[in-house]
Every structure is written in C-alpha cells, then in structure tokens.
Design a protein around this ligand. Sequence first.
Ligand SMILES: Nc1ncnc2c1ncn2[C@@H]1O[C@H](COP(=O)(O)OP(=O)(O)OP(=O)(O)O)[C@@H](O)[C@H]1O
Length: 304
Amino acid sequence: MTDEAVELRDIVVRYGDTTAVGGVSLTVPRGRVLSLLGHNGAGKTSLLQVCEGFRRADGGTARVLGLDPMDDHDALMPRLGIMLQSGGVYPWATAGEILRLFASFAATPLDVDMLLDRLGLRKFERTRWRRLSGGEQQRLSLAIALVGRPELVFLDEPTAGMDTEARHTTWRLIEELRADGVSVLLTTHLLDEAERLADEVVIMRSGVVAATGSPAELTAAAGIDLLEVRADPGLVPAGRLTDFKVSEATPGEYAISGALDAAAISDVVGWFASAGAQVTAVNTRRRTLEDVYLTLTSGERVHR
Ligand SMILES: Nc1ncnc2c1ncn2[C@@H]1O[C@H](COP(=O)(O)OP(=O)(O)OP(=O)(O)O)[C@@H](O)[C@H]1O
C-alpha cells in the first residue's frame, strides 16, 4: 500500500486552445485532508476529474490509491467517494431510494438510516430528488459519496448552498472521516472551511499552483500581521510610520500593516508615544487564510 492517497505530477488539462490546468503537482497523504482553493475557472474541478478518472490528463501522471485513475477505473471506483457539484442521480427517484441504491453497490455500506438522520434527510426520504432544495440535494450527494465507506473522498464544493447547520454537520462528518483514516480532497470557495478542515491547502491561480502549505504555514509565511492601535483621533503618521500602511477607519482606531516583527511593533507604539498620544489599546491580529488568498489571487487572469 502506498503512503499517498493521491499523487499528481505535472498534470495538464486542455480544452481546445484553453489550458485549464498548466502543470500541477500535489500529494494527498493517507488520512489527510487537502483543500484546493482558487477563483472560478482556476482549474480545480478539471483536476478533480483527472483524479476521479473522468478525464484523461493531457500531460503528467496521476496515481490514486496507487492506481491509474483511467486504466484502473473499475478497481478504483468502489474505493472512492465522489461528490459532484451537481447531478449524477435519477431526478424522479426519492432521496431514500437513491441512497439505498448507492448503498447496494457497496460491499459493506454504512447504515442508510443513520446517514439520513445525520444529514437531516429523514423527513425527505420519500421526496423525489427534483423536489429537494439545492441544499438538500447537496446533503444527499454527500450521503451518496460516503455510503460505500470510501478510502478516499473527492468533494467538489461540498457545502455550497447548505445552510449554517448543515454546513457544520458536514464539517463534523469530514473531521470524523479524517479521524477514521479516510483521505479527503476537497475544493471550496469558503476560506473558513479550508482553514478549519484542511491539513494542507493548495491555492490555484489560472491553472497553476500559486502557494501550498498548511493553513498555519501559509498565514505565517506571509509574515504580515496587522497591528491595531487605539489612541487619540486624527494623528498623522510620520517618520518611521511611513514604512507601514496606516488607516484610521474609525476616529482613533488605527490599523497598521506591513512587515511587523517585534522591533517594528515596538517602533510603531513608540511613535504614538513620541507624538504625545494617549494609547489605550494595542492589538495584533494574525492574517487569516482569506487575507493570504486574496493577496495571492488578486488580479488573476485566465491564460488562453
Ligand atoms: N468542458 C469544457 N470545455 C471547455 N472549457 C472548459 C470545460 N470545462 C472547463 N473549462 C474551462 O476550463 C477552466 C477551468 O475550469 P474548472 O471547472 O476546472 O475550474 P474551477 O476552478 O473548478 O472553477 P469553479 O470554481 O467555477 O468550479 C475554465 O476556464 C473553464 O471555462
């Protein structure tokens, strides 16, 4: 058994003249959660489709649970849980029928009633798929992906359209999967989702990897903390403070950003003191994954 659930090397995906994925390498170790982040059209779904064996890469190599996702598709499918962005089911069948059908494909399925209860779908058991709301369909898609006790799960925007409660249930389910040793590759547009769930984040920009690391590494490597100072209003930053970006959104509430190591923070506070200001509060705020993501992906252009 290989240690890697997914291993991609220099994957390229093209649609005609469009290069959707321009040479991406990544690894999902067994029992880990990797989150792909990126704007619409960054190439996340195309990359997932290569891993799922639904699309042959135009370049590079893909190994999934040690197998080739296209050539070994039949052997691989029973070991994977796949949650698509939409569709893939019979619209006229009921939620209960659909889930039981997928359970019947699995050698040792999870208990269908338990899954219906966990995902708040019990009262929709006799409701046809096409009558379910977007969030309810999404919950059923997740149940379908999990019912076969997969070793590896691909989740394409798993909580898109879900209400807050369903989103939190889904997060807990993903955390339980990870605790059970299941590997997860998910895409999301929700930075808090990635920050909460992912061991490793890969930020894609125009089909290539812009940054990779754990959420903590990505936020620390950015080295950009924010300093918030409460003092007298209307102080004009001068002298050393010109090295930083200073804003005063609310009178007397200053937000200072830049390369803020301990010496710089002491300089900033010192400047307020030397200006005769009464400083009543100093706060540091670590940059969130969202700050890092926006810095890395701003001004994105899709290459053709
Ligand atoms: N079947 C297709 N034919 C032509 N172009 C396609 C096809 N599928 C995707 N593309 C293009 O490839 C690029 C990457 O699309 P992809 O769906 O992989 O991005 P994504 O990161 O998953 O986006 P989203 O966040 O919107 O789901 C986009 O420019 C898209 O328009």
